[in-house]
Design a protein around this ligand. Structure first.
Ligand code: IP8
Length: 259
């Protein structure tokens, strides 16, 4: 079993509200099909989730009618993006079975308190490709909150122990500094927890409601502990995702298992 997260910055224009990158979605679906192995697919929310979630501070939860309306809007929007991805996967005969986190998972102050894995296990065992995504979900303390695709990657890695987990980003991997801002930023081809201090993390962009890059990297170390291999690759480079999933040596960052 292989686990892949299509990052929101690859499948959407992150700064343009509800704007999908349809050609990238179609190409990546083709690359996933070319791997010819059972897959679990997670995707981020990109501009279908982060912009409004951040504007309405949905990660803090709430119970006012305005907050509920915004939460419902974002839930509907991430489903729209999911539909585009599911259609692209079906077009290449991956038989996508979409499993919305809001129906199978609840949080407790931002951490997973329960998740029903049955639909993932049963659809996967029938040869479907389970697909799930960053979503607005119930939170026993906050009312509702945001569940990131990264958190789903962790839960699925724990449950399925995939041979490989691949994070698909819009950059080549992890750099010593933000490659979009610093020209001297160097790609790290492997990273362990001890290397975290070598990275100059810029503060998370204002619209990213699911936390800092550093927090995401720490979660990847946890994920790496449940997979044969865990890596970040650039989904904007043709066939890199396909080759990474096939286990070829590609440009990217390998995440070492925790201590
Ligand atoms: O894009 C965020 O998921 P992510 C989900 O995987 C929402 O961080 C609704 C903003």
């Amino acid at each position: 079993m292989l686990l892949v997260k299509l990052g929101g910055s690859v499948v959407t224009e992150k700064d343009k509200l509800r704007t999908a990158r349809r050609p990238a979605i179609r190409r990546l679906a083709g690359e996933l099909a070319a791997v010819r192995q059972p897959l679990l697919v997670v995707h981020g929310a990109g501009s279908f989730g982060h912009i409004l979630a951040s504007r309405h501070r949905l990660n803090e939860g709430g119970s006012t009618p305005a907050k509920r309306a915004a939460a419902a809007r974002v839930q509907a929007d991430v489903r729209d993006l999911d539909r585009l991805i599911v259609d692209a996967l079906n077009a290449v005969r991956l038989a996508a079975a979409s499993i919305p986190p809001s129906a199978v998972l609840s949080l407790d102050d931002g951490s997973v308190s329960s998740m029903d894995l049955t639909p993932f296990l049963e659809f996967a065992s029938m040869g479907f490709t389970p697909v799930t995504f960053g979503d607005v979900v119930r939170d026993v303390r906050r009312g509702f909150s945001i569940c990131s695709g990264d958190l789903l990657m962790l839960e699925l890695a724990r449950a399925f122990r995939p041979d490989r987990a691949v994070f698909v980003a819009d950059v080549d991997g992890l750099f010593t500094a933000d490659p979009k801002r610093r020209r001297d930023a160097r790609l790290l081809d492997k990273i362990s927890e001890a290397d975290l201090s070598k990275i100059e993390f810029s503060s998370a962009k204002r619209t990213d409601v699911t936390g800092s890059i550093e927090g995401k990297v720490r979660r990847m170390f946890e994920i790496a502990g449940h997979t044969g291999e865990c890596l970040i690759v650039n989904g904007n480079v043709k066939n890199r995702v396909r080759d990474a999933l096939r286990g070829r040596r590609v440009v990217g960052t390998r995440i070492a298992r925790g201590p």
